[in-house]
Design a protein around this ligand. Structure first.
Ligand SMILES: [Zn+2]
Length: 277
């Protein structure tokens, strides 16, 4: 893996550093190799150690809030928490049938949010992306196509998916995303060096309500359970479920979340504001 990473090159000022778990895994591979040279009959043990290591890394990648594979923003920083801020994040848009209504709900309360847009949709609905930014919200990178196979891609494939979305969003809004969230939050150990080289930070969430599958009641309960300053909440303006009456679930959940935030005197802000200011 090391050679591949070096070939990939770094365009940012500081060199990429593997997380302790990744560094340990690299060391383990080296030890297994040395072990094979010194004691070839131990090949089965070496193979077992390497296989177990890969299984552990794969499991970490399937756990969206894991920090094993590299830095992962799961809550807002302490300074934002001290300002009583929270971040609402909307994934998988923009969607012309839903996103404008989400924007209106946010406007009514004079709060801002962050939209993790899919590159192809950002390109198809460039006017909507511009409108999101015009109203003071952030548009961030959620990959070009939202592939279910994203965690299985190699370095070049991951880079292409992220760079293409970055280009579509820049073309639509004139602003380059600073944050990336992988499809479904799933990733491999190869994501971190690519994000580093593109100058992006991985953002997951504090809580999600599964609004692509469930009805407003349980979604709201999950999102608001233990709501406090510094939380990052995940909702969907794209691919969201519908109520039996055909209403996008996010449009019923969002007013309840905004009510709760108001009652708790918490201020929803963009990730950019919370993290970079
Ligand atoms: Zn998504």
């Amino acid at each position: 893996m090391t050679a591949e990473l070096v070939e990939e090159g770094q365009t940012t000022a500081t060199p990429w550093r593997p997380s302790p778990v990744i560094a340990g895994s690299m060391g383990l591979h080296g030890l297994a190799g040395v072990g094979l040279v010194v004691s070839p009959e131990a090949w089965l043990l070496a193979l077992g150690v390497v296989a177990a290591n890969h299984a552990a890394l794969t499991a970490a990648g399937m756990w969206p809030r894991s920090t094993w594979l590299g830095p992962n923003v799961r809550r807002l920083p302490a300074k934002a928490e001290a300002r009583a801020e929270i971040a609402l994040t909307f994934d998988d848009g923009p969607d012309p049938a839903v996103t404008p209504k989400v924007l209106d709900l946010l406007d009514e309360r004079r709060v801002t949010a962050t939209f993790f847009c899919i590159g192809e949709r950002a390109r198809a609905h460039a006017d909507l992306c511009r409108e999101i930014v015009r109203r003071g919200h952030g548009v961030e990178n959620h990959s070009r196509r939202h592939l279910p196979t994203f965690p299985l891609l190699g370095l070049a494939g991951i880079r292409r998916e992220i760079a293409a979305a970055q280009a579509s969003i820049v073309q639509s809004t004139g602003t380059a995303p600073r944050f990336f969230r992988p499809p479904a939050g799933l990733r491999s150990p190869l994501l971190d060096p690519v994000l580093h080289s593109l100058g992006l930070r991985l953002v997951s969430w504090t809580r999600r309500g599964y609004d692509t599958r469930h009805q407003p009641g349980p979604v709201t309960a999950k999102l608001l359970g233990g709501l406090r300053a510094g939380d990052i909440l995940l909702l969907h303006d794209g691919q969201c479920a519908r109520t039996p009456a055909g209403v996008p679930v996010v449009l019923e959940v969002l007013p309840r979340v905004l009510d709760a935030a108001e009652r708790a005197r918490l201020r929803p802000v963009t990730l950019h504001h919370a993290i970079d200011t």
